[in-house]
Design a protein around this ligand. Structure first.
Ligand code: WT7
Length: 656
């Protein structure tokens, strides 16, 4: 077995691909260069060929028809083709791999048996769910909200929507009733699919009672389909609530896949931005599936028979593209894990890898940092010899975590693919390919096929052609799984992504490009923070805080956090008649958890008698960020503040 050794290069390690990785690889360096050049020089021809990796009912004749032009942003791929995504993920595999395992379900409690769901089983389950949805009145184009634990029924529900042509919108099971209601109403959904309870880390979240609370704020006509996961007690509203388990016993085993246009939306997924409330990112059927399946195959070097595990939740885009759609379109075996990395103890991830002989493992830096702190014995007691590729996603990975992943988990034999992408991009845009590229701790390395990244000067908006360089990351041209619009608000889509830098898609991230041409993401350049790989708008947390009767004003920033990457630091100005207290800190924390969800729970609350504002009333967040970072030396110019003395007060009373 060959291990890769680092070449020390000006303080930075470089790991060339091991001979083992190269020998195994679907794409080697020469093939990457050839295909990448072809994809950029003639995208129409390239995607005309690669669009055929999925099955079309009516083949497309038009490949790319896209415009980033301000006022006229329009993204279409394969627009005259028709297909069904569920048939691509299931039916087309039945003749050759009906008995192969499609989904391995690993429950929260390791004592509960795992389940293997074959492609034949999957077909039956999805058809039944599709028939149930039709019984509930769901038709092509209707929206269905999915609020489920990480159980196979979540995948059945997604694929059943795709089968009948309904658009799903998954709400992460950790979100609050208020967040759920906003998403049901935002997409005018007909049905909410939920479960009695969600077991996670030995605890149970009462999903059905959350859904009950949410539905009080939704139209009376919204129906609720309930999966029995734990059998826990729930209240029941006759005529509104429907028992999935009972209906599935009666439902027909066949449902004809609807013929959908490539550009019909497959799903909506809400994500946070720098302003306002979360927006519904809309993804298409055809282009999305082509790109999700292609990246899944090449980035993870997925071969027939491999067992692939992505530890994300289907409530995030990573779960959509790399638990469900990418792997299943490729006829893969995909693991669905209901639990958390530290339950019952910090060896759970590695035990599951051992138990199911996982070949590709894909997780987030925050999980690695948490596990790294628990000690190596949790890893070393498991047999991880099946692992071949390791992946990371969600936030910049610090070199310590990367090295630990590489050396302790991968024993120096497994290439690490650091994949940079976003809810909006649908699939990986920057990443090394395991048999083609060297890897460097902390670098997302190279563009995937068809991806044309540029580094822009943030002030002039000009492309920077020199190496090394630093600036903001933009994409010069479209790729098939690019988001198509913001649900119900195309203007917001244009304004958010295409107005700061005309003619480009602006990702919101800063980046460096080194003198080898490799990309390093430096983090968000807007008011979006990344907490444990979860994206959050500081504006959302602020508006939750000011909704509390005691709060007059709030400003929220991120600050470096050892495990979470970034923590949530809140400056709160109270109403005149309210006094600061520890009890009020607790109350506000709980308040934000109920308004948004536990992932938005403030780490630090500092009482601020005043906030640093310019004379025109704009809060200078730069200063608040520096104070939260404990970096008072470089506050910059504070002379333009309306009242510079508030800064001294904030420094003197810095919390945490
Ligand atoms: C933001 C997107 C894509 C699925 C998970 C998050 C950050 C994502 C990386 C990476 C550095 C990364 C960026 C991006 N991000 N992957 N490999 N290295 N940063 O999806 O919630 O839409 O967040 O996550 O800041 O803009 P998301």
């Amino acid at each position: 077995m060959s291990t890769t050794t680092a070449i020390e290069k000006s303080e930075e390690k470089v790991y060339p691909p091991s001979s083992e990785a190269v020998a195994h690889a679907l794409i080697d360096a020469a093939k990457y260069d050839e295909m990448y050049a072809a994809s950029i020089n003639d995208p129409q021809a390239f995607w005309n060929e690669h669009g055929k990796r999925i099955d079309w009912i009516k083949p497309y004749t038009i490949v790319q028809n896209t415009s980033f032009e301000p006022g006229n942003v329009d993204i279409r791929w394969f627009e005259d083709g028709t297909l069904n995504v569920s048939a691509n993920c299931i039916d087309r595999h039945l003749p050759t791999r009906g008995n192969q395992t499609a989904i391995i379900f690993e429950p929260d409690d390791p004592k509960e048996p795992a389940q293997s769901i074959s492609y034949n089983d999957l077909h039956r389950r999805v058809c039944r769910m599709a028939n149930i949805l039709e019984d509930l009145g769901v038709r092509k184009g209707d929206r269905v909200v999915i609020y489920l634990p990480m159980i196979p029924e979540a995948a059945y529900a997604m694929l059943a929507c795709a089968r009948v042509g309904a658009i799903h919108s998954i709400v992460f099971a950790g979100f609050s009733p208020d967040a759920l209601a906003a998403r049901v109403n935002g997409s005018d959904a007909k049905v909410v699919i939920t479960a009695d309870e969600a077991p996670r880390g030995g605890r149970k979240t009462p999903l059905k009672s959350n859904a009950d609370a949410a539905l009080l704020h939704c139209k009376d006509t919204v129906k609720c389909l309930v999966v029995k996961r734990t059998g826990g007690q729930t209240t029941w509203v006759d005529g509104r609530d429907f028992d999935y388990n009972e209906m599935a016993l009666e439902a027909d085993d066949y449902s004809k896949p609807a013929e959908m246009s490539a550009e019909d939306p497959l799903f909506i997924l809400y994500t946070s931005g720098s302003t306002g409330q979360p927006k519904g990112v809309v993804h298409s059927s055809g282009g999305y599936l082509v790109f999700a399946s292609m990246t899944h195959e090449y980035v993870f070097d997925y071969h027939d028979g491999d067992v692939f595990w992505c530890t994300a939740d289907v409530g995030w885009v990573t779960g959509h593209s790399y638990i469900v759609y990418g792997p299943l379109a490729n006829g893969a075996t995909t693991v669905m894990f209901e639990g958390v990395p530290t339950y019952p103890d910090a060896s759970r991830f590695w035990q599951v890898c051992d138990k199911h002989k996982v070949n590709q493992f894909y997780t987030a830096p925050t999980a690695l940092r948490a596990l790294m702190g628990q000690g190596n014995e949790f890893v070393e007691k498991c047999d991880l010899s099946s692992l071949r590729i390791l992946g990371t996603v969600g936030e910049p990975i610090n070199p310590e975590a990367w090295n630990w992943y590489h050396d302790v988990v991968g024993k120096g034999r497994c290439p690490i693919v650091d994949t940079w992408w976003q809810t909006e991009t649908g699939g990986h845009l920057l990443t090394p390919l395991p048999g083609a590229h060297a890897t460097k701790p902390g670098s997302a390395m190279k563009p995937f096929f068809g991806v044309n990244p540029v580094v822009l000067d943030p002030h002039s908006g000009e492309e920077i052609d020199s190496y090394p360089c630093e600036g903001v990351l933009c994409l010069k041209d479209s790729w098939p799984s690019q988001m198509r619009t913001v649900w119900g608000d195309h203007e917001r889509f244009e304004k958010t992504y295409f107005s700061d830098y005309k003619g480009y898609y602006f990702a919101g991230d800063g980046c460096k490009r080194d003198d080898d041409g490799d990309y390093w993401i430096t983090g968000r350049v807007d008011d979006v923070i990344n907490v444990s790989g979860h994206r959050m708008g500081t504006a959302e947390v602020e508006s939750a805080l000011v909704a509390h009767a005691a709060v007059a004003e709030a400003a929220v920033v991120g600050y470096p956090h050892d495990i979470k990457g970034q923590g949530i630091y809140c400056y709160v100005t109270l109403m005149n008649d309210r006094e600061p207290s520890d009890a009020l800190v607790k109350e506000l924390r709980q308040w934000v958890r109920t308004e948004i969800g536990p992932i938005a729970s403030p780490d630090v609350i500092q009482w601020a008698p005043g906030l640093p504002k310019t004379r025109s009333g704009k809060i200078m967040r730069r200063i608040l960020r520096k104070i939260a970072e404990n970096d008072f030396g470089s506050l910059g110019d504070t002379s333009t503040l309306a009242d510079p003395s508030v800064v001294d007060d904030l420094i003197a009373n810095r919390a945490g």
